[in-house]
Design a protein around this ligand. Sequence first.
Ligand SMILES: [Ca+2]
Length: 337
Amino acid sequence: MKRMFRYLGLCLLALCACVQADAARRVILDTDIDSDVDDAGALAMLLNLHARGVVDLRGIVVTSDDTYAALCTQAICTFYGYPDMPIGVNVHQANMRNHSRYTRQIAEEFPRAAGAWTDFEEAASLYRRLLAESPDSSVTVLTIGHLSSLRDLLRSAPDGHSPLTGVQLAGRKVSRWLCMGGRFPEGKEANFYRPDPEATLYCLDNWPGRAVFSGWEIGREVRSGGPYLKRRFPDRHPVRRAYELYNRFAGRASWDQTAVLLLTDRADDFFGYRSAGRCVVMPDGSNRWEEGPEGCHSCLVFREGADRDRAARLIDRLIAGDRRTLRRIGPAEEPVR
Ligand SMILES: [Ca+2]
């Protein structure tokens, strides 16, 4: 009898794992992991959520002019047990150089397969391949950097991966674009205006589906990356190293990590949406929220009384891979406004 209960228990666990795997949304991350440490934190969150089956991270597009950004990304993925995670690079970046406080050190101190940033697939090609092999409306694109690679996808022509243009492919395969970018209700934010405001304009004009914007004012109020991470990470860990080299765990705004929270069922604890309208971008990359009829754009706001410190604690635990927190978290329900 005992043996039968154990068998039934194992079957139930397996069934739950299958249900969770099915529920996981496919995600393509597009990151400028270089000048700030929040990209490293966001990547750690995503890899932990991926391991738990909350998201299905299909690949990472590195949109950066830092020579070591993609190598650092591969070293982090390798450390987490994903040495073959598809990684793409934006080959159109001008003046590649090492300007990050942590990418070179991580790339040199931790194992990875690639020898140079030129060894990786071209960003738009990776986007096209990952989208082409995915079911319709199954992919969430999460951008936490500037939009040069997404623009290159939208401009892309039919190729060996798909007979569809980039706009057609995104329209068919992507259910929503989550974008950390802009400043609301109006202002200027780095992902939109630096270094490629033309890419922002192009993406806003041509994106064929739903887009959710998490502006600068959201992440600014959530401070993560402090002493908790220093205590929780083992001594030798690439993301620990990123935070150590960046500012020695002095804490930092969570622009990119708050956008990752949108992939989980905890987003509703903290965030709601601005009244209907659309994000309008100027040629200099500044932007504003223009109220109007319900359309394809949504813009995040904090819920009344949302606890920013609790959001920061949740982010820190997801970065550190806290098992209890990860056991209790689930995927976001779609569609989200
Ligand atoms: Ca970023």
